[in-house]
Design a binder for this molecule. Sequence first.
Ligand code: NAP
Length: 282
Amino acid sequence: MTEIIDGKLVSKKILQELSEKIALLEKKPSLAVIIVGEDPASKIYVNLKKKKAEELGIVSTVIEMSQDVSESELLNKIDELNKDESVNAILVQMPLPKHIDANKVIEKISPQKDVDCFHAYNVGKIATNNKPFVYPCTPKGILELLNFYNIEISGKHVVVIGRSNIVGRPMAQMLLNKNATVTICHSKTNNLEEITKQADILISAVGKAGLIKKEMVKDNVVVIDVGMNRDENGKLCGDVDFEQVKQKASYITPVPGGVGPMTICSLMVNTFDLFKTSQEKI
Ligand code: NAP
């Protein structure tokens, strides 16, 4: 029997517990989000984050900067937020306009307020199996899903497709830290199918609808689909041919309703965790 991994259910449970903890606080955690320009998708994401934060009692501020803002103006704004003790978590919505160096922006955010876990300090902490201030949202959410469904990681062969800084790379390292045997695949990987067929757990973070077909997986595989794509009818879908692969999988995430809700859930938990860390310093 295949079990459909329900990201909506798991995230709801985690957020319910989080809102109860926040309700007990006198001083509330706060998240500052910087958005540069008018990209419609970025605006939607930022509004969703703000709405979710407010539902939970997190103080949320959105700082809108124009498309032609200079790099130094943006860096100064981050510096201001770094110094502002009322701000616990800082997020700069990506992508940024081409004239701004995203790496410089990421490195400007104080590691103690780096809610996305993009800063080299926190990334390096994961790479050395040490404690970062927080873990990156999507990989953290995926580990929560595996944990909720009691899916063993230690000793398993996990194949991660995708090596982005946001998903693939940190995911692979976090799994390694949990004693998985990890293989990372990417666009230059030869014979992808030969590798995916060996996976006990397959995590696809590519962004190509229909990439993972039934022939590419073994029986009883656990499939985590991170992809967010549109099919030919404009419907949201993942990287995995869900209907086909479901027939062989022991567990599988749907799109929507799998990894997606977990990402925003992790962002909220991370904001809370950074708030807690800031309190410990006092
Ligand atoms: P990305 O930066 O574009 O990375 C995609 C990765 O896939 C790259 O490493 C690329 O390889 C690899 N790739 C491309 N074509 C491939 C192929 N044919 N075979 C094997 N690997 C291939 O994307 P991302 O930011 O990691 O996001 C990946 C997907 O997840 C997107 O659909 C995104 O929308 C979605 N996403 C969802 C969530 C969520 O919360 N649900 C969160 C983040 C991202 P190279 O490195 O060689 O180019």
